[in-house]
Design a protein. Sequence first.
Length: 141
Amino acid sequence: MKSRISAIVVLLILPFLLLAQRQDVDSIRNLNPEEFYLKLHSENNPVLIDSRTVDDFSKERIHGAILAESKADLISFTDTLDRETPLFLYCEYNQRSPAACSLLIEKGFSNVYNLEGGLIQWRALEYETDRKRIKKKRKAP
C-alpha cells in the first residue's frame, strides 16, 4: 500500500519537476555587467546584439555589437545562426532586450544572455564602449 502511494506521489510530482527544469533552461539569463563581460569574452564565437534604435547605435555601442533595431531585423539576422550560438543582448535601460531575448528563446536558441541594467549600467561601471560615429544609411526613395 505504501509503495502505491509513493508511486502515485512521484507520478504527480514528476511533471511539475520536469516543467520547472524546462523553464529554467529556457529562461533568460540576466547577467550583471561584470558577468556579461566575462561570459561574452569566454565564449567561442559569441554574437553581441544591440536592440536599441539606429540613432542610439550610431552614437555609441559595445564594441563588436550588431544592430537589430526591430523584431524583423532580429528574426532575419538570427535565421542563419545555429541554435547553440551564444547570443548576448543589450539595450539602453533593459526594456527592449528582454523581449528580444524571449523571442530568441521561442525560436529555439538555448544560450541567450541579457545585460541586466542595460548600457546605462555598463557605462556606470566604466566598461568600454565604441563611440566612433557611424553614418546612417539613407533609405532609397
